[in-house]
Ligand binder design. Structure first.
Ligand code: NAD
Length: 434
């Protein structure tokens, strides 16, 4: 199959590279010429484990190409995947579909022969109808089908998720499009790839419902963690105790500083906008969004309490800035709200992250960025673990104690055991554990 991917960001690049690895001929397109030039030189613009090797292997094999020429790529393709961003629209929180519709217009102009236009970006229910309308209006002669195929990969584990998905949701009722999509994903499994065909609107909504449900699960365990702290219970044991019930499941029951990242925050707000437009309230998700927003900034209170009630003029170390380990993505990372709240309270913040510091710098202009965890801890009165990178799982505690002004650790990911840290002479606070 010949495939083009419009938008070569986290999703577009991973999808394109994996499709090429399946044996398809793929052109990844982006309007950002510097990104395409860098990719052409084998430089990967994002931090994603395993991606560089796969890009090089498939480029060398002559299956993977990078281009800014959308028209040429589309004209030669059996399937065109739209993977441009759909961020929160400034001011009102609706999904911003500007990039989707701009890409659609360009695609329409270039279509030749029967082509499946696939919305891989996360788009509100009904967007596929609009994409179809735009193409039909601009190109009444074109033979095409518009399909929804939302992406469920997780940053940091993106390649494995893409190649071994739980399910591949495909929203279309068009038999020709169904055939093309089956062929695109056929090499995924020797047997039957886990394709799940539904109508387009249901497919669009499945993506938002999945993210909203996962965000709810995280928020649920976060509130339970607060209750554990107040009642002297242990949230990790509680999570295990409920997670062993198959109806509940053990995943996404890790308490922390609130969910962030490129998807959950914007997608929960966007589905609320849809619910308002259709007069069909989603009260649970409304609460999830409100609770999570408060929680992110509220984490600063934990740090302030651990520092004896004030952080004014104190130096605080923050370890981990990206919204989760193994990515450099800073979009809506909980570290942003935490750092702002600490600075508002008068603290001077030092920070270290293994991959996200370049992305973080413009977002945190007053922070001192350091070369490693120990340099970051130097002279600080508390060390806060915000993102559980592997590099922070076995820190040399004696070395930390030596360089810090006071041995205080606030562990927002429950990486360490409270009794161990106290035995080593630290004042230690974590989430949902006495
Ligand atoms: N990041 C994730 O983990 C993830 C997971 C599942 C779904 N999604 C969804 O996938 C979509 C893409 O997300 P992302 O994180 O990859 O975004 P991104 O911002 O990393 O990448 C989008 C890319 O599209 C390019 N672009 C925009 N308009 C273009 C145009 N007209 N022509 C060519 N290129 C264009 C941009 O330059 C950018 O490189 C979003 O809808 C997101 O919600 C993301």
């Amino acid at each position: 199959m010949k495939i083009s991917i419009i938008g070569s960001g986290y999703v577009g690049l991973v999808s394109g590279v994996c499709f090429a690895d399946f044996g398809h001929i793929v052109t990844c397109v982006d309007k950002d010429a510097s990104k395409i030039e860098a990719l052409g030189r084998g430089e990967i613009p994002i931090y994603e484990p395993g991606l560089k090797d796969l890009v090089l292997r498939n480029t060398q094999a002559g299956r993977l190409f990078f281009s800014t020429d959308l028209a040429k790529a589309v004209a030669e393709s059996d399937a065109v995947f739209i993977a441009v961003g759909t961020p929160s629209r400034r001011g009102d929180g609706y999904a911003d579909l500007t990039y989707i519709y701009a890409a659609t217009q360009e695609i329409a102009a270039a279509l030749t022969g029967f082509t499946v236009v696939v919305a891989k970006s996360t788009v509100p229910v009904g967007t596929g109808d609009e994409v179809e309308r735009i193409i039909a209006k601009l190109r009444p002669d074109a033979e095409f089908a518009v399909v929804s195929n939302p992406e469920f990969l997780r940053e940091g584990a993106a390649i494995d998720d893409f190649k071994r998905p739980d399910r591949i949701v495909v929203g279309t009722l068009d038999p020709r499009a169904r055939e093309v999509m089956s062929e695109v994903y056929r090499p995924l499994n020797l047997n039957q790839p886990p394709l799940y065909f539904v109508d387009r609107r249901t497919s669009e909504l499945i993506k938002y419902a999945a993210n909203a449900f996962l965000a709810t699960k995280i928020t649920f365990i976060n509130e339970m963690a607060d209750l554990c702290e107040k009642t002297g219970a242990n949230v990790q044991d509680l999570a295990r105790g409920i997670g062993m019930d198959n109806r509940i499941g053990s995943k996404f029951l890790h308490p922390g500083p609130g969910f962030g990242g490129s998807c959950f925050p914007k997608d929960t707000v966007a589905i609320l906008k849809t619910s308002h437009d259709y007069d069909s309230p989603l009260r649970i998700i409304e609460t999830v969004v409100a609770v999570n927003e408060q929680r992110k900034r509220g984490m600063a209170k934990k740090v302030i309490a651990a520092c004896g009630g004030s952080v004014r003029d104190k130096s605080i170390a923050v370890l981990g800035l990206s919204f989760k380990p193994n990515t450099d993505d800073m979009r809506d990372a909980p570290s942003i709200a935490l750092v702002t709240a600490l600075e508002d309270a008068g603290a001077k913040v030092r920070a270290y992250d293994p991959a996200a510091m370049e992305q973080a710098k413009p977002l945190m202009p007053n922070v001192t960025f350091c070369d490693d965890a120990y340099a970051c801890a130097q002279g600080t009165e508390a060390l806060v673990i915000v993102t559980e990178w592997d590099a922070f799982r076995a820190l040399d505690l004696d070395r930390l104690k030596q360089v810090m002004a006071a041995p205080v650790m606030v562990d927002l990911r429950n990486v360490y055991r409270p009794e161990e840290l106290r035995r080593r002479g630290f004042k230690y606070a974590s989430i949902g554990r006495a």
